[in-house]
Design a protein around this ligand. Structure first.
Ligand code: ADP
Ligand code: MG
Length: 595
């Protein structure tokens, strides 16, 4: 499978289906698996011993004279076996299933997180963040619950179904009939119960994801929601989703409630009593055997009650596993290409007949089609040049930068860096040597120093500070209460647009990329720092290829080369003087931009 990132891990899970996948997660924990099985078997066996002993004791008491020795032995065996059951076997079973549940939950989280980091941008573009989060938190939790109490009770109670079947013939061969009939019916009914339950559980998981997606979108866009006074509408939308989730749950509970084996349990017990009493009246079995037998039939109670609840957990767990696996195995187009070209980058950039559409439909882009973002773009830039890209909003300026660092792959044509197709590069080596500073800068809720050093985690404090100085950010950082240790987003430590952009510039200085793209990054910088930032950019551009996507005439005029885009097409290319002389489109754009 292709991925943009794979963690250094040797374990490979079986991803061919939800059940195999869960097994491949659980079975390597050999000791706890064994613990569950031994615990379950021991518990059931000792549970079966109880009624047999009680029956024996009964016969011993009503015998004349009463057989007190047998009575005493029976009492000791019952007490001892029940102590062993609760103190050892049940404890072992519960402990081991909880252990497996927790371990599997941890491993699934790791696996899912790493796989999400490895997905391409096209994948993340098409996946609502709230739904991804629902899967990463709630669905992963369901898998834990599937082990405990789900499978714990299923496996634990399964043996209780068999104990009466193989113990009752020791009382009298005929007595096996009713347990056998019940076992057969039970198996059949549980199968159909599970079949009804599975689709309902699936809908519950799905509608939870949808509800979460609505919530996270509203919170992410809270400023827009408030600004447009759409709180009422958003709240209504959320209520709808919440109601859909509730309804799905109710439908699942409805199936759970119509659980026929519970009804059958009563029938089983009455017919068992009748059968054993008939045998007793015919003088075939003693009264103690009647007691033992009916005690054994009571063992069916545990699996019958547990099924209703435990199988629902298992069903939800499988539905969740399917949803998680869907994310993990979703195809992403880009490949990390770890064997690819990974040399030091010089910064020569060439585009040859590049065509790109965001909808990822394959095939060449037909000219003029709506979804086509770039059409037949070719240009060549020598290493170290400063290039301005200009054009109206939506003309494809940012898209070019996303093709250069291979956030997306082209549909047709080639993007070459240092003469090597970006698809031939080792993806990590490629991206490490290219810095793109976007208009909308993302900062993590970590310290300012950590944010600056994001691309170079090993950087020393002195290096971080030097980068901040070069980006004209040192002054305002020093003014903050905790300086470089200020945690962004905590106690109101938010930054203005201009400050964020200077942090991003510092980040870029520190990684020292061969290619630097500033996507409208200086637009929010106030005029007080403008001059200094201009100097910082000039310094940054000096020994690397730099793309300036900008509206500032001073920057455009100063560039070695200007690329003029219009609706995804290359309109003109050249330096300022050439374009002023030759390109009416450039003159028009130039006249619009303010200085
Ligand atoms: P610019 O940076 O020049 O304003 P962009 O390169 O961002 O323009 O966008 C070019 C075109 O591609 C626009 O029509 C825009 O709507 C579209 N576009 C940009 N990003 C995406 C995306 N993630 N998914 C789909 N379409 C996109
Ligand atoms: Mg843009």
């Amino acid at each position: 499978m292709t991925t943009e990132f794979s963690p250094q891990r040797t374990v490979r899970w079986d991803q061919r289906g939800p059940i195999r996948w869960i097994l491949s997660h659980a079975l390597p924990h050999k000791a706890p698996v064994l613990g569950i099985l031994v615990g379950a078997l021991g518990n059931a066996a000792l549970a079966g011993l109880g009624p047999l002993m009680v029956g024996q004791a009964f016969d011993a008491v009503i015998a004349s004279p009463p057989d007190l020795r047998t009575l005493a032995i029976s009492a000791i065996v019952v007490a001892g076996s029940q102590l062993l059951r609760g103190g050892l076997f049940q404890l072992m079973r519960n402990f081991c299933s909880e252990l497996i549940g927790q371990r599997v939950e941890r491993d699934v989280r790791d696996e899912l997180y790493a796989s999400l980091l490895g997905k391409s941008m096209s994948f993340h573009d098409s996946q609502p963040a709230g739904d991804v989060l629902a899967r990463a938190t709630n669905d992963v939790r369901e898998i834990n619950l599937m082990f405990n109490p789900g499978l714990n009770l299923v496996i634990g109670s399964l043996n209780f179904l068999f104990v009466p079947v193989y113990t009752s013939p020791t009382i009298h061969p005929q007595l096996v009939i009713i347990p056998l009939v019940y076992l057969g019916l039970y198996g059949f009914l549980v199968r159909s119960f599970l079949r009804q339950l599975a689709p309902k559980a699936e809908v519950v998981r799905q509608s939870f994801g949808a509800m979460n997606a609505t919530l996270s979108e509203a919170i992410e866009g809270i400023e827009t929601v408030k600004g447009a006074v759409r709180e009422q509408f958003e709240s209504g939308r959320f209520s709808e989703r919440a109601a859909a989730w509730r309804d799905a749950y109710v439908r699942q509970a409805d199936v759970e409630a119509r659980f026929i084996p519970l009804l059958m349990l009563g029938l089983l017990q009455t017919s068992g009593l009748l059968h054993s009493l008939l045998l007793f009246r015919a003088g075939i079995i003693p009264v103690g055997a009647v007691i033992s037998y009916n005690g054994l039939l009571l063992l069916f109670g545990f699996p019958t009650f547990a099924t209703q609840f435990a199988y629902a957990r298992v069903s939800s767990g499988i539905a969740s596993a399917r949803r998680i696996l869907q994310l993990i195995t979703a195809q992403t187009e880009l490949d990390q290409n770890t064997d690819g070209y990974a040399e030091k980058m010089h910064g020569e950039v060439r585009l040859e007949g590049v065509c790109f559409r965001y909808d990822r439909l394959n095939g060449a882009c037909q000219p003029g089609e709506h979804a086509v973002a770039l059409e037949d773009i070719s240009f060549s830039i020598a290493s170290g040049q400063t290039v301005a890209i200009v054009g109206q909003t939506g003309s494809g300026k940012s898209t070019i930068s996303k093709l250069i660092n291979r956030t997306y792959d082209v549909n047709a044509g080639k993007v070459l860096i240092d003469g090597i197709d970006v698809r031939e590069w080792d993806l990590a080596a490629l991206r490490r040597q290219i810095s793109v500073i976007e208009q909308d800068i993302f900062l993590f809720s970590r310290t300012i120093a950590e944010n600056i050093a994001f691309g170079r985690p090993g950087a020393t404090m002195a290096e971080v500070e030097a980068a901040a100085r070069a980006a004209q950010a040192h002054e305002f950082i020093s003014g903050l209460a905790d300086g470089y240790d200020t945690v962004i987003g905590e106690r109101g430590a938010t930054l203005s647009g201009g400050q964020r952009q200077r942090l991003a510039l510092a980040r870029a200085f520190l990684t020292d990329p061969a290619i630097l793209v500033l996507d409208d990054s200086t637009s929010a910088i106030d005029s007080a720092t403008e001059d200094r930032i201009q100097k910082a950019i000039e310094a940054a551009a000096r020994d690397r290829t730099t793309f300036l996507i900008t509206h500032r005439l001073s920057q455009i005029r100063w560039a070695d080369l200007i690329i003029v885009l219009r609706s995804g097409r290359l309109e003109a290319i050249g330096n300022h003087e050439q374009l002023m002389a030759s390109s009416p489109a450039y003159r028009r754009i130039f006249a619009q931009y303010e200085d």
